[in-house]
Write a protein that binds this ligand. Structure first.
Ligand code: NAD
Length: 331
């Protein structure tokens, strides 16, 4: 019995690792996200039922993303983590209940809600207000040095403004706005070269270029959503106020960010953003809820590869496996 389950787990791990390689290293996914998420849920549920079979190298336990040795490695000042996901209201209600149970408290919880931008995570370090280096998430501990490319993105300040920290490691999502994505694919069609699969792959492929002049032409944008490290400047007590601090230092923050209360507030936000998804100028694949009070975040802490105080609520899949597999796409 356990041998069979071990085999299933090994098979799932190997398949997921293969998909990770295509997605993170080659920026060229071989299956839609919904299929990847399904396999990941299957693996998690087998591991939950048989915790003795969980190993540290399981994709459920570590941040995925490999390092391409074309780029210099940069060790993150603090790890760059992933997010846990829920895909329906029942699982979200269970998540909320777990939060209250862990806090041993029924007090009203406030959440900052944000769109889940479909790009790639970036860490940018500013020292004395000047952009020093920028790295991709990589394996969460070590990322790829993409400083030269990041410098070409118009909305990323090379120098901070106002009362910024002496040392700031700020995290955000680099993405390709829909208009830039449409243009780049239109140009590709006219030139008879392959088009990009989606804005996420276009953003990742454009940022992970060896020649910054190519990145510069790709019209990438960024929204910042968290602070990894800050020294020499007091930070606000809530996540939302910290985002406003980032904005005051000249770092773009998504205008759709909002504070709500409890599950009902989160779900109203989810419905609103889902209804307006097509009108937004960038691609999103869900929303993220983050416990707003930093002291409460600290009580909740982290699991293996994600904070307990945040969860991504993913939108229903837009793509069908059959349709995607029928299309020959590449970065
Ligand atoms: P994730 O993308 O589900 O969540 C974490 C990431 O969300 C962060 O690293 C950050 O980049 C991003 N993010 C966007 N907006 C954010 C916000 N407002 N606040 C915080 N973070 C925000 O997790 P992951 O580990 O990066 O990737 C897993 C997901 O990637 C899968 O669920 C799947 O959808 C996709 N994937 C697909 C394939 C495939 O073959 N199709 C392979 C690997 C991964």
């Amino acid at each position: 019995m356990t041998l069979d389950i071990q085999k299933q787990i090994d098979h799932l791990k190997a398949t997921i690792e293969d998909y990770n390689y295509q997605y993170y290293v080659l920026d060229n996914p071989s299956v839609p996200d919904a299929e990847y998420d399904r396999l990941m849920r299957e693996l998690k549920s087998l591991e939950n039922a048989h915790p003795e079979l969980i190993t540290a190298d399981s994709p459920t336990q570590k941040v995925s993303g490999k390092l391409d040795n074309s780029f210099q490695p940069i060790e993150h000042l603090t790890p760059m983590l992933s997010l846990d996901n829920v895909f329906n209201i029942e699982d979200f209600a269970a998540y909320q209940q777990r939060l209250h149970n862990r806090l041993k408290d029924d007090a009203v919880l406030a959440f900052t809600c944000e769109p889940k931008l479909d790009g790639l995570a970036i860490s940018i370090v500013y020292r004395n207000g000047l952009l020093e280096f920028a790295a991709t998430r990589g394996d969460g501990k070590v990322g790829e040095d993409v400083t030269h490319n990041i410098r070409t993105i118009a909305s990323i300040p090379l120098k901070l403004r106002g009362d910024y920290p002496e040392l700031l490691d700020v995290r955000g999502e680099v993405f390709m706005p829909k208009s830039a994505f449409e243009k780049i694919n239109q140009d590709a069609i006219e030139q008879g070269v392959k088009t990009f699969a989606n804005p996420r792959n276009a953003a990742a492929g454009s940022l992970r270029q060896l020649d910054p002049s190519i990145t510069a032409k790709r019209n990438l944008a960024v929204y910042f959503y968290s602070i990894g490290t800050a020294e020499g400047q007091a930070l606000a007590d809530t996540h939302y106020q910290r985002l406003m601090q980032l904005k005051s230092w000249g770092l773009p923050v998504c205008p759709e960010v909002k504070v709500v209360e409890e599950a009902q507030g989160c779900l109203t936000y989810y419905d609103d953003i889902l209804n307006r998804r097509d009108q937004l100028p960038y691609e999103i694949d869900g929303v993220v809820y983050k416990v707003n009070t930093i002291a409460t975040q600290q009580v909740l802490g982290f699991v293996a590869k994600a904070p307990r105080w945040a969860i991504a609520h993913k939108f229903p899949a837009q793509e069908e496996l059959t349709r995607l597999l029928a299309v020959d796409f590449q970065v």
